[in-house]
Design a protein around this ligand. Structure first.
Ligand code: HEM
Ligand code: NAG
Length: 494
């Protein structure tokens, strides 16, 4: 009797293996993998850099095994276009991610939401109601005020010749702007361990969980990690509940409230019943968390990288200052409306994004049906990473790719908005960043203001070339070491 069962079991196993084999036969090529761990042994601290090196050998469309899970990695403009434009809809979903599942309301949020009507509604609501130009502009004076607070701090530091941790200052500026915009109060004034919570959330979201690499472990509570995720999820939820309660109270007691933050807007939509889909407190919370996580570190990290390159290239810094001096001569205060026509600033920022996309692998995509692409067959559920960091350094696309040369964009129509697959810091297509306009606005404003108001000196007789540009891979890839510099106010004798 048992032998019959064994035979049956063996046949099932064989059929399964053969099916898997057939399914994977036509996948793109890739490095040889080890049993169980796949290619995990090939990766150090900076996944995007390792994938870049492996792609040089195995091609712009390759298969990498993170544990048992095959992941397709795209590393050229052509490959990126295949996934993000030509087969955009098929690859517009996101894979299961344990941390995101628990923290982001069963992945029923925008960032990690599965492709489908629900995600489409959420995305439409966010782009139309929260991240449109009118809404973004309504926070213009808040941004100006926050930037001036930083400028005043730096003027004071300049008079003492203090060394400033620019990375930390930019992070808190960005967090303050995000919090004021989304929940109407500042980061520092927010109760509890909000900072910790968001950091832990980002950390969890960036760490591949063992259970994801080995799907058969999914139901085992690995090292209590599920428990920890649930704890973080709970404290996030509690925090957001408080924020909403507070807004509801204020809203009913003070109808003349002048500054309308995004919680107000979302509550209004919820109460009006205008949403085209089921939209209650849970959805409001999911969107709020998305907005906070997505806008907290992305702009500040971009600014940090661009300023690092400017400090490393004093001639570029001078040229940018002279462009800014022509527009903002005596005023000192940089106005958003005057930023559009600054060609050199634009080129500097594009060049910064080329070398330092803050999401070097974008976010993971997943296919919703079988797809034949470039002669390869990819089954439904294939995961895709687009290595935009590698694309930015592709010598077939960029001349002297390792060098920071904003002038390469003179007479070039290449832009960062997702139309040019050589340069994709915000991604492209259906899953591209809906916060692009806001992100670009903040980056332009802050870079222009800090470069216009100050010269920057390096501490301890450091030379520009000594600035350590080592990266630290994460949900947002930032500098490994903080950027330290001494501001010198350059406007008072104008
Ligand atoms: C300089 C700043 C920013 C950069 C470089 C950036 C970059 C990105 C990238 C690369 C993606 C993933 C694209 C993909 O998977 O193909 C993304 C997604 C997203 N970003 Fe941004 N982002 C920035 C700022 C913002 C801001 C300020 C917000 C909103 C307040 C925002 C909201 C989002 C959301 C909601 C998604 C998920 C979209 C989806 O999955 O449908 N981002 N961003
Ligand atoms: C730059 O910083 C990284 C990370 O801290 C360190 O490992 C590396 O040795 C540093 N490089 C130089 C040249 O100091």
């Amino acid at each position: 009797m048992t032998s019959i069962w064994l035979v049956a079991l063996a046949s099932v196993a064989i059929i399964f293996l053969v099916k898997e084999f057939i399914k994977r036969r036509k996948l793109p090529p890739g490095p040889i993998r080890l049993p169980l761990i796949g290619n995990l042994h090939m990766f150090g601290e900076n996944l995007h850099q390792d994938l870049y090196k492996i792609a040089k050998k195995h091609g712009p469309i390759m298969t990498i095994y993170f544990g048992l899970i095959p992941t397709i990695v795209a590393s050229s403009p052509y490959a990126a276009q295949q996934f993000l434009k030509d087969h955009d809809q098929i690859f517009a979903s996101r894979p299961y991610h344990a941390a995101c599942y628990y923290i982001f309301y069963k992945q029923r949020n925008l960032i990690m939401g599965k492709y489908g009507p629900y995600w489409r509604h959420m995305r439409k609501l966010c782009t139309l109601q929260l991240l449109n130009n009118v809404k973004i502009n309504s926070f213009q004076s808040m941004r100006k005020q926050e930037v001036q607070i930083l400028v005043n701090f730096l003027i004071k530091a300049a008079s003492n010749r203090d060394v400033v941790d620019l990375s930390a200052k930019l992070a808190s500026l960005s967090a303050n702007m995000a919090c004021l915009m989304v929940i109407g109060k500042k980061y520092n004034n927010v109760d509890g361990d909000f900072k910790d919570m968001i950091q832990q959330t980002s950390h969890m979201a960036a760490t591949p969980n063992l259970a994801e690499l080995f799907p058969f472990l999914r139901f085992i509570d690995f090292q209590g990690s599920v428990l920890r995720m649930k704890q973080i999820a709970e404290s996030c939820d509690e925090f957001l509940e408080n924020v909403i309660d507070e807004h509801t109270r204020q809203y009913s007691s003070d109808q003349s409230k002048t500054s309308i933050d995004m919680v107000d807007t979302l509550m209004e939509i919820m109460q009006s019943g205008e949403a085209e889909f089921e939209f209650d407190r849970r959805h409001v919370k999911a969107i709020l968390l998305d907005l906070l996580v997505a806008s907290m570190d992305t702009s500040s990290t971009s600014i940090e990288w661009i300023l690092s390159e400017l400090l490393k290239h004093p001639n570029v810094m001078k040229k940018l200052q002279s462009e800014l001096d022509n527009v903002f001569d005596q005023k000192g205060i940089v106005e958003e409306k005057d930023l559009k026509n600054l060609d050199y600033l634009n080129m500097v920022i594009k060049e910064g994004f080329r070398l330092h996309p803050v999401a070097p692998l974008l976010l993971p995509h997943e296919s919703i049906e079988d797809c034949t692409l470039d002669g390869f067959q990819m089954p439904k559920g294939s995961r895709v990473l687009v290595n935009v960091w590698a694309i930015g350094r592709d010598p077939d696309v960029w001349r002297e790719p390792e060098k920071f040369i904003p002038e390469r964009f003179v007479e070039s129509t290449i832009d960062v908005r997702g139309q040019n697959f050589q340069l994709l810091p915000f991604g492209s297509g259906r899953r591209s960043c809906p916060g692009l306009q806001l992100g670009l606005t903040i980056v332009h404003l802050v870079v222009a203001q800090l470069v216009h108001s100050f010269d920057w000196e390096l501490p301890n007789g450091m030379m520009p070339n000594d600035i350590n540009m080592t990266e630290k891979f994460g949900l947002v890839t930032a500098r490994a070491l903080p950027l330290m510099a001494i501001p010198i106010y350059r406007l008072h004798n104008k």
